[in-house]
Design a protein around this ligand. Sequence first.
Ligand SMILES: Nc1ncnc2c1ncn2[C@@H]1O[C@H](COP(=O)(O)OP(=O)(O)OP(=O)(O)O)[C@@H](O)[C@H]1O
Length: 278
Amino acid sequence: MNLLCLTRFPERVLAPVYVTVPTTTATATSREYSPLDIFRSNKAQNFAIEGRNLKFSFTTRQTQDAPVLRDCSIRIPCGQFWMLLGPNGCGKSTLLKILAGLLTPTSGTVYVNEPKSFVFQNPDHQVVMPTVDADVAFGLGKINFTNDEVRSRVSRALHAVGLSDYMKRSVQTLSGGQKQRVAIAGALAEACKVLLLDELTTFLDETDQVGVIKAVRNSVDTSTEVTALWVTHRLEELHYADGAIYMEDGKVVMHGDAASIRSFIESRQSAYINQINS
Ligand SMILES: Nc1ncnc2c1ncn2[C@@H]1O[C@H](COP(=O)(O)OP(=O)(O)OP(=O)(O)O)[C@@H](O)[C@H]1O
C-alpha cells in the first residue's frame, strides 16, 4: 500500500460518503437528519458540501474533552469557490479535516461530494514524484487508464492550473506556489469534485499567492461541478470567492456572500482596534 498516495487522497471513493453520528449519546437512535435525507436535500438543492450541527472535541493529556467545534452548520453550493475565515484557533482546519474525512465529528452530520481531495499547506507533504507530469499522474496509477488517457488528463489538469509549460520540470526546481498548483492538478486529473484547501498561501509571496488562487478559481466550475473550500486569513483573497464563512470560537458566526463577509470582518477588526485604543 502506498502511504503517500493515501495521504494525498485521504478518502478517495467514487460514491458519496456520509458520516452521521448521534447528536447526543442519549438520542443515539433518534437523530434529526438521516443520511438519506441529507442526500436528497443535497441533490435537490445542489450542495456539494454540507455539515449540520457539527461538534468536535480533542482529548489531550491535560483535558479529557477540549471542545473545538461547538455546533457548526455550513452549506456550499456545487461549482462554487468558498472561503473559510476566522481568528487563529477558532477551528477552521478542524472543520476542513472533518469534511475531508480525516477526523470524525463528535456529533452532527457531514455530506461531501466525491471524489474529494485535501490539499495541505506544505506542498512538500504531497508533491512526491521527481517530475511535474509524473506527480500529476501519480494518483491515476490506481485507475485502469490507457497511457493516452493518462497523458490527456495530466495535460488538461496542468493547463487548468497554468503549468502546461512545466510538464517535464523537476519538482525540486519549482517554487512553493508552483508545487501547490501541481498538487491541485493531481486532484483535478483524478476528476476530483471537491477541493479542500488549507491555508495554501500562508507562506507564499504575492506572485505565487495569486498564481495558486487563480488556479483554484479557474478549476472551479458549475459545468464540471468542481467545488472548492479554501481556508485563509487574507481578506483580499475574498475578491476571488463566490461565498464565505466566518467562524469564531468553534462556531459559524456568518455565512454568505464574500463582500458581506469582508465588510463584517473589517467592522469586527475596527471595533477591536477602537477598543484597544480607548
Ligand atoms: N491534535 C490536536 N490535539 C489537541 N488540540 C488540538 C489539536 N489540533 C488542534 N487543536 C486545537 O483545536 C483548536 C482549533 O485548531 P484549528 O487548527 O482547527 O484552528 P484554526 O482556526 O485552523 O487555527 P489557525 O488559523 O491558527 O490555523 C485550537 O485550540 C488547537 O490548539
